[in-house]
Ligand binder design. Sequence first.
Ligand SMILES: [Zn+2]
Ligand SMILES: [Zn+2]
Length: 340
Amino acid sequence: MLAVVKSRPEVGIEIMEMPEPEIRKGHVMIEVKACGICGSDLHFYDWAPLARWITLPRILGHEVAGTICEVGEEVEGFAPGDRIVADTWGGCGSCYFCRLGRFNHCMHQTRLGQHVDGGMAKYVIVPSNSLFKVPEGVDLLEASVIEPLGVVLRAFERCDMKPGDDIVIMGPGPIGLLGVMLAKHSGAATVIASGLKDDKERLGYATKFGAVTVTVGEENLKDKVLELTNGKGADIVMDVSGGQASLADAASIVKRGGQIGVIGLSPEGMFNPYVIVDKELTIHGSFRRQPSTWFRAIKLVASKVIDTRPIITHVLPLQRAEEGFRTLLRKEGLKVVLVP
Ligand SMILES: [Zn+2]
Ligand SMILES: [Zn+2]
């Protein structure tokens, strides 16, 4: 089968023939109908230092939606024909953190498209405890965006957001823009989305989804936030960008006693913790999702409260994956979904 493979420890990917996988106990085989390219996949493409823990060679892809075509022994509750989305790792179910129900902190993580072969191929094998059924009325293309929706929804679950809050979302990529939609639907009074000069196209989407936008480098983020919040600062700042100084920026624009949600991965050493004490800040790290986040994200899409379709700007056949990766590396479009 044709697959998108990270085969060598250097920049790039390969689109090549790989053997079809074999069904295993406790797992299902999915015929992939859609697989999004994630920001982390771009790091694997670029062979960024923070992404070098992926084991090679590896079929990439974890934003998978598809149909079950084969069910392994000891799988209950799923059958061939079921339309599903899959978590990147459902948790082993027996370690300390899984027993607490914190599956995203499982001590034995085997991540899809990173430690085991992922969904940028015709078939992928996934443990059944990581599956979620896609309801009627949600097509598999829009379902493939439920995984990144869950990433930002988890940050909203972590931060205690109340209707009427002023929220800043730093980083207008797909996850940040889904965050703009969530903030609007959760009753935020003001939603401010910030990005860099080369995010212009993406900030245009943020405006369309109801945010006030700030182009850092052309406008002063802090001045703008203070102006829009009567000088107090934002109730919640979500850093999705993981930029050089984004945590320091977040701390400078959040109000005293406010909250910062951290999704992006900033480099070390750019943040002075003094401000945490001085402003009595609460900082919430947010890592992937809990099963409860999945159920909530699926309901948001099924009920049409969140429409993930405008996030999908490119649908490409697997053969054109290289083009899809390069498009996103140039920060063009939002979500590229590959279709085997
Ligand atoms: Zn992802
Ligand atoms: Zn576990």
